[in-house]
Design a protein. Structure first.
Length: 385
């Protein structure tokens, strides 16, 4: 009897819709190649799978299908001759061809579920869950007890994500808000300036939900900042802001990496449009957020091999408890921040936390699977970057 090796097969993005599941273990004889997986895969998932992945004869991938072994993309030009080793994880990533097929599958499923007796459409049978782009994903969101972080938590939950609220403040209200959407949430008291707190956060998330798919680094010192001449900013103030705003994302990224490195994940860092505006009176805050942008690009390069996307959002002035507090605490002759920014905006309206949620959902979902190292400026078109 030949010696067998175990290979984990993972279907990414919309191929999961076609198959109804996203992964399985297959045992093949030692010395097998990627092409040798076709038969066992067809036995398990049916011949319809082969039509979405392989060309006639089953000896080549369809154009545009990307394959990764253990998170590393492999080039397959003439066939499927790549040799497999015991414990390999083989991931299939569909392009527009497979996505089109998956879309048809979704439409067929919805049509069947949405029609009642006599083939008539019934609102009662429509399933909102089928359109949730973060369904069953597990998201850690720091600084989510209130304000923008709480809006992220609620928005992710409405898209089906299970939420881990991390904050130095009590997150009970955010947890209850998430639960009202029908999703699940826990609160873990966390000071992101401490590595041990961040490690405990990741451990608690994994123990409760069994995985970590998304990290949204939102926690920051902002509300308590007084806009004042840089000569009045003490070294203690500078270091405190840096420890939370810049070192915090570093700590959290280190903490979740062991849980993401095998299956990939999404990391979103909140920077600030102030890094492009040159806002006076808060050099420590602006510098910390500039560092977040640089950190994002560095991590995108380093973590890409693990199929981890790292991106950043740079909000402009947003009406939240933190934003309004800063607007009131000024020791420089600067008028209301809204009045200062509005004339320069392309979109002539105020911004609120909810305006940021859609961008974060996009970066956390499969819709952005080939986007990494990017910063999206979210200031109503005041600065173009």
């Amino acid at each position: 009897m030949p010696e067998l090796i175990k290979t984990k097969i993972c279907m990414k993005a919309d191929l999961k819709e076609i198959l109804g599941q996203d992964e399985m273990d297959i045992f093949v004889p030692k010395g097998s190649t990627l092409g040798d997986l076709l038969g066992p895969m067809a036995d398990m998932w049916g011949p319809r799978l082969a039509s979405h992945l392989f060309g006639p004869g089953g000896d080549a991938l369809l154009p545009g299908i990307r394959v990764e072994i253990n998170g590393r993309a492999i080039a397959i030009l003439d066939g499927l001759s790549t040799m497999l080793a015991d414990g390999d994880t083989v991931s299939f990533h569909p392009d527009r061809i497979a996505n089109t097929a998956a879309s048809a599958v979704r439409q067929t499923r919805r049509a069947g579920k949405d029609r009642g007796a006599g083939g008539k459409m019934t609102n009662a049978n429509r399933s909102k869950e089928e359109s949730m782009v973060l369904k069953d994903r597990v998201a850690i969101i720091t600084g989510a007890a209130q304000g923008i972080g709480a809006a992220f938590a609620l928005g992710f939950a409405k898209e089906g994500a299970k939420i881990v609220i991390a904050d130095v403040q009590d997150g009970a209200e955010s947890v209850e808000a998430v639960k009202k959407t029908g999703s699940e949430a826990i609160f873990v008291k966390t000071d992101v300036s401490k590595q041990e707190d961040c490690d405990a956060l990741a451990k608690a998330a994994f123990e409760r939900f069994g995985k970590i798919d998304i990290l949204l680094n939102n926690a920051a010192i902002f509300a308590n900042i007084v806009i004042k001449p840089f000569t009045q900013v003490t070294t203690e103030e500078w270091n405190k802001v840096m420890m939370v705003n810049t070192t915090g994302p570093f700590h959290c990224t280190k903490a979740v990496f062991p849980y993401m490195k095998e299956k990939g994940g999404k990391i979103i860092n909140i920077s600030s449009a102030s890094i492009f505006e040159g806002v006076p009176g808060m050099p420590h805050y602006v510098a910390s957020k500039g560092a977040v942008m640089a950190f994002t690009r560095c991590m995108a390069k380093e973590l890409g091999m693990h199929n981890i996307n790292v991106n950043s959002i740079a909000p402009g002035f947003t009406h939240s408890p933190g934003g309004e507090s800063v607007d009131k605490n000024k020791a420089l002759p600067i008028g209301p921040l809204e009045e200062k920014q509005m004339p320069a905006r392309s979109l002539k309206r105020m911004a609120y936390p909810e305006d940021l949620v859609g961008t974060a959902i996009y970066l956390a979902s499969d819709m952005s699977s080939f986007v990494t190292g990017q910063l999206i400026v979210h200031d109503g078109g005041m600065t173009f970057h």
